[in-house]
Ligand binder design. Structure first.
Ligand code: 8YV
Length: 314
């Protein structure tokens, strides 16, 4: 007898194949979802970042496990799940390398005008090579400020060493191991913002990190500095960021994540030349996506069978 599993959006072929023999997967249709289906649902496979709270859980009295495809679980109310005895799984340790690569891809793209250069090189305006255009900022030998020295932050620091960067980091607690291994120096957030040429955000979104970077923090950055966000859009106050970019408090920003995601199509950030935006691609490599799928499926099946989840967050 296959398990009844809901998912918030259509799963890709790879995940569907992994679940084919054990689960009957139905796509959650919001308020319209058939009550009989909700009654039967034993597992929820969360693909993307829909809000999952107690009200939704209460509509599924047989729900035993929520399996999140991804490490960040800010969209799932973990307390509500705990209170109802529902296990929640995620995919820690699997997205770090790919997300750190993307951090550097965005950092390089904004510093060296890769995206704006690409648009120009394809345009009818590019008829003569001109050494005088699109001078960017150097990356090697500059100062990197990493906000959040967790698994992803450490991977970012490892890459920065290859660029001969001086590495500052800020974290809830100093991380002596990272300091010894990576040559990173602990700094208060104020010191880091004042000194870094590139500030990367590598923290989870929690009540403490929501709008961690606002007006005051952006004003502390150098006018030649860049902000790179591969964490969650909510870590940055977007109104303040628009002001900072318009007023020249900072040189530019590269964002893999925004709030909301996607931004409304007429949002000012989408019209700015000193902004690079990606559609949340941090962990989007074939290899990482496969590992995430495998772990998310293993968490789901373990929860359905009443076994310990390989990666349980709540
Ligand atoms: C995923 C992520 O793309 O792991 C995370 O927290 O943000 C990304 O790696 C996303 O969660 C997909 O659902």
């Amino acid at each position: 007898m296959p398990y009844t599993v809901l998912t918030n959006t259509e799963l890709n072929d790879e995940i569907r194949a992994m679940l084919r023999d054990t689960c009957q997967v139905h796509v959650w249709a919001g308020q319209e979802t058939d009550p009989a289906l909700l009654q039967r649902a034993e597992g929820f496979f969360v693909y993307g970042h829909p809000k999952i709270d107690g009200a939704i859980m209460d509509r599924m009295p047989n729900l035993r496990v929520i399996s999140n495809f991804g490490v960040g679980v800010d969209h799932i109310n973990l307390d509500d799940a705990r209170a109802r005895g529902i296990a929640v799984g995620n995919t820690p340790g699997l997205v770090d390398g790919a997300t750190a690569d993307m951090t550097f891809a965005l950092l390089m793209a904004i510093a060296r005008n890769v995206v704006i250069g690409d648009r120009y090189a394809r345009s009818p305006q590019f008829t003569v090579y001109d050494p005088n255009i699109l001078h960017g900022y150097e990356v090697y030998g500059t100062t990197l400020g990493i906000v959040g020295m967790g698994n992803i932050g450490r991977q970012v620091a490892r890459r920065a060493r290859g660029f001969d960067m001086r590495i500052l980091y800020h974290n809830r607690r100093p991380n002596p191991q990272a300091e010894a291994e990576l040559g990173a120096t602990y700094a208060s957030l104020e010191e880091l913002l004042a000194q870094a040429d590139y500030v990367t955000l590598n923290v989870p979104l929690t009540p403490e990190t929501r709008h961690l970077i606002g007006r005051e923090q952006l004003r502390q950055m150098k006018p030649t500095a860049f902000l790179i966000n591969v964490a969650r859009g909510g870590v940055v106050d977007h109104d303040a960021l628009v002001e900072a970019l318009t007023q020249g408090w900072i040189a530019g920003a590269a964002l893999d994540v925004t709030e909301p995601e996607p931004l409304p199509r007429d949002h000012p950030l989408l019209r700015m030349e000193n902004v690079v935006i990606a559609p949340h691609l941090g962990s989007a490599t074939r290899q990482t996506r496969y590992r995430m799928a495998r772990r998310a499926v293993d968490n789901l099946l373990a929860g359905l069978r009443g076994e310990p989840l390989p990666s349980r967050i709540a």
